[in-house]
Ligand binder design. Structure first.
Ligand SMILES: C[S@@+](CC[C@H](N)C(=O)[O-])C[C@H]1O[C@@H](n2cnc3c(N)ncnc32)[C@H](O)[C@@H]1O
Length: 193
């Protein structure tokens, strides 16, 4: 049946990372459906160069790594060392994975490498701030993905306005094709033309 996500094959390390996340009280990870979507998009770009802004404990990263082929690479940035330490334990030995424990704004400002085939923007920088800077680092044909666009009861005051603004700004991009999916936590996928 459509939507039978309980039959999804979870990536290596997923359950263990989820357990560790619960132990330290980290509950900001993306859900399985978004992880599965990311895995599909990543798999469409063999040898791809990928970016996650906001590693957390590495749950979305687990899905993304699972979709990568042997020649693909991924960089994931988070400024919380307790969280990156968890992700590092699971993916640190994988030479395709580069986990950076630093401020995302500084990292982005200093980035001089190859443009990305997919960016999962899961922190403030590159989503609610510095969107243009991040989109400049996206290849033609590259995916820009955000989740958590659906209104939640626990959103702080003013957050709904930020989300509305992001959706409008993305929709107005001349060089992007954008689709808003009222699905899972609310997902936007945009592709640079
Ligand atoms: C929504 S969580 C990321 C969850 C992760 N992508 C996942 O789905 O498993 C957002 C993350 O952004 C990180 N963060 C917040 N401000 C940051 C900053 N200025 N630079 C880097 N990371 C930041 C937080 O530490 C948090 O782990």
């Amino acid at each position: 049946m459509i939507g039978a996500y309980d039959t999804l094959e979870k990536p290596l390390g997923y359950d263990a990372i989820l357990e560790e996340s619960k132990e330290i009280g980290f509950g900001m990870s993306s859900d399985m459906t978004v992880g599965a979507l990311l895995r599909v998009l990543i798999a469409s770009k063999p040898k791809g160069n990928f970016l996650e802004m906001g590693t957390g404990s590495g749950l979305a990263l687990a899905w993304m790594v699972d979709g990568m082929n042997s020649e693909a690479t991924i960089t994931s940035v988070d400024n919380n060392p307790e969280l990156t330490a968890i992700a590092q334990r699971y993916f640190g030995v994988d030479s395709r994975v580069n986990i950076r424990c630093e401020d995302a704004e500084e990292w982005l400002a200093n980035y001089e490498g190859e443009q990305f085939d997919l960016v999962f923007a899961d922190t403030w920088v590159g989503k609610y701030t510095h969107l243009d800077t991040l989109l400049r680092q996206l290849k033609q044909g590259g995916f820009y993905v955000v989740d958590d666009m659906r209104k939640q009861p626990n959103w702080p005051e003013g957050h709904e306005e930020k989300v509305k603004n992001l959706l409008e700004v993305l929709d107005s991009q001349q060089h992007m094709e954008v689709v808003q999916l009222d699905w899972a936590t609310g997902v936007v996928i945009a592709v640079k033309k």
